[in-house]
Design a protein around this ligand. Sequence first.
Ligand code: G3H
Length: 249
Amino acid sequence: MPRKLAAGNWKMNGLAAALAELDTIAAGSGAEDGPEVAICPPFTLVAAAAQRAKGGLLVGGQDCHAERAGAHTGDVSAAMLADAGARLVILGHSERRQDHGETDADVAAKTRAAWDAGLRVILCVGETLADREAGRALEVVRAQLAGSVLDGASDETLVVAYEPVWAIGTGRVAEPPQIAEMHDALRAALVDRFGKATAGAIPLLYGGSVKAANAAEIFGIENVDGALVGGASLSAGDFLPIVEALGAA
Ligand SMILES: O=C[C@H](O)COP(=O)(O)O
């Protein structure tokens, strides 16, 4: 059974003052028998967040470069994130795939760099609305998983987040049967590739307009081991009830 994880992705939000929210999130989470809790702030806040994170709160990055170092203006390496205190990194988010043209091969290369730096990867997969309406959702997500996950993955190195693109930041949540079908398919694909024991321990998160009001229903779905939360992770008042719902599920 995977350990549960509630991860907050602050995206391009948060100035130094936002660290007060992180302090409150740290204070309200981290029970030894509770879910793991992570916050992935923008790069500018990773070091400060890691220094302030208490009570087991994990800090992560939102992306990293595939190379260890070099002439890549504006980019950040996995080693830099780890050096700043990050333990995790989100890779393959649909906003990176859309805004920066990232491919599955790019995500796989970044995964290698993240693992080399000792970071656990939260790998995002998810179909667009056009994919879903064309009946291609399962095929697209399976292909993303196959193309971006490297051999040797385990629960210590990999978390998979299913985020239907049409549910991100839209207030539109996937229906429970849609989430169940996709998470079952993801688990099955991981079992095929890594065997039951390894695949059964890799956490599968749902992401897309998760809020306190819908968290309990989502966490009641089989093979949903947590959430990757965007907007609702910016405020401790919105995020902690989601953590609590996960702990109770
Ligand atoms: O990484 C997080 C997801 O993109 C979900 O964002 P959201 O909760 O604002 O819909």
